[in-house]
Design a protein around this ligand. Structure first.
Ligand code: PLP
Length: 376
């Protein structure tokens, strides 16, 4: 059967997901008290090279926990990329702290670490590194700055589960790292997230913050405010099965990216993702393309034309410094980050889910070529 529409993402649930879910139903363990939660956490820690992991209900919640665990609050500044998802800036802002934005690099689409040092002040409490679309942030110079100025690093590796920076897993660098298991990520739990750390005190804080900051010795007496951000046993059952498949998922992602690269490399109108940098092989979490400025239509127009041809796409991130919600609050007024601004106007990503077949990629590539020709 031929698929009518090729969606931007379709997950792969081809391992022990059903078996482990049946185990939950058969034993009656469905809440966060069930045994799959710690199994998933422990296995996840091994995979990302961390001492402990705390499973939460989604990646945005993981960011809230990371910020609170580091006691970031009013008067503090956190340096982060403008080219990312709202969750990063929202977590900082809701905690009462101020996000300080840097632009991204035109070729890796990751935060330009060379802009960071000039932004460090007495108030800087942390740098938030967010790995974007399949390539990592250049972590060595970033970690060196954090050490030099004695500031914390939060690593958002939501898009980078299994990605390596100089052979070391992403999510293994920061003081606290966070992950998401939304269905478009490298492994999924439907909705879900993880906070991973090495420091046992931070681990304890994260697990307390996830669970309303209950105190064991005095039930219902609270000395701090947390959230109910717990992950259920059902989600963890799916997560464990997915994690067993991670090597397969990563190979697939890399293959999909290489199929696209090979098929699109001769096309003049497009800027394509880098296959690798000095420090990493691109895992192509999503396959992004950027329309050159000389091409007459922008990403919006291109996406609607691809949609008419049965191809699902998503725009690139809308930069944080242009977000109406932050501007209304008086933040980032007059800020300019031209690389990110251009990427939003000219960039989009093509279907990149794990269930994508080589024949789907061919159909997408044909549609892209047709739109390019018809628009000239
Ligand atoms: C997906 C994602 C998140 C948010 O995760 P959710 O589980 O959707 O809340 C945070 N940061 C980055 C970089 C992401 O890609």
């Amino acid at each position: 059967m031929t698929k009518e529409f090729i969606p931007v993402n379709e997950p792969l649930l081809a391992g022990n997901e059903k078996k482990y879910l049946e185990e939950c139903i058969d034993t009656g363990w469905i809440s966060s008290e069930g045994p799959f939660v710690s199994k998933f956490e422990n296995y996840f820690s091994e995979v990302v090279g961390r001492k402990s992991s705390v499973a939460v209900c989604n990646g945005s919640a993981a960011l809230d926990v990371a910020i609170a665990a580091l006691k970031i609050g009013a008067g503090d500044e956190v340096i982060m990329p403008t080219f990312t998802i709202i969750s990063c800036a929202a977590a900082i802002y809701r905690a009462g702290a101020t996000p300080i934005l840097v632009d991204c690099e035109p070729d890796t689409w990751n935060m330009n670490v060379w802009e960071i040092e000039s932004l460090i002040t007495e108030q800087t409490k942390a740098i938030m590194a967010v790995h974007i679309y399949g390539l990592p942030v250049d972590m060595n110079p970033l970690m060196a700055l954090a050490k030099k100025y004695n500031i914390s690093v939060i690593e958002d590796a939501a898009q980078a589960i299994g990605l390596e920076y100089e052979e070391k897993p992403c999510g293994g660098f920061g003081d606290v790292s966070v992950f998401s298991f939304y269905p478009n990520k490298h492994i999924t739990t439907g909705e879900g997230g993880m906070v991973s750390v090495n420091d046992p005190i931070l681990a304890e804080r994260c697990s307390s913050l996830r669970n309303l900051c209950f105190v064991n010795s005095e039930r219902f007496v609270h000395y701090e405010l947390g959230w109910n951000y717990r992950m259920t046993n059902l989600q963890a059952a799916v997560g464990l099965a997915q994690l067993e498949q991670l090597p397969t998922h990563l190979k697939l992602k890399r293959s999909i990216g290489l199929w696209y690269l090979e098929a699109l490399k001769e096309i003049d109108e497009l800027e394509l993702p880098l296959e690798r940098t000095d420090y990493a092989d691109n895992l192509f979490w999503v396959f992004g393309i950027v329309l050159k400025d000389s091409f007459p239509i922008d990403a919006r127009g291109f996406m609607s034309r691809l949609g008419e041809k049965g191809v699902g796409t998503r725009p690139f991130f809308y930069p944080m410094h242009q977000q109406p919600i932050f501007n209304r609050e008086g933040l980032f007024i007059g800020d300019s980050h031209p690389v990110s601004e251009r990427l939003y106007k000219r960039g989009l990503y093509l279907p990149s889910g794990l269930a994508l077949k080589e024949s789907d990629v061919k159909k997408v590539v044909n549609a892209v070529k047709q739109v390019l020709i018809s628009a000239k």
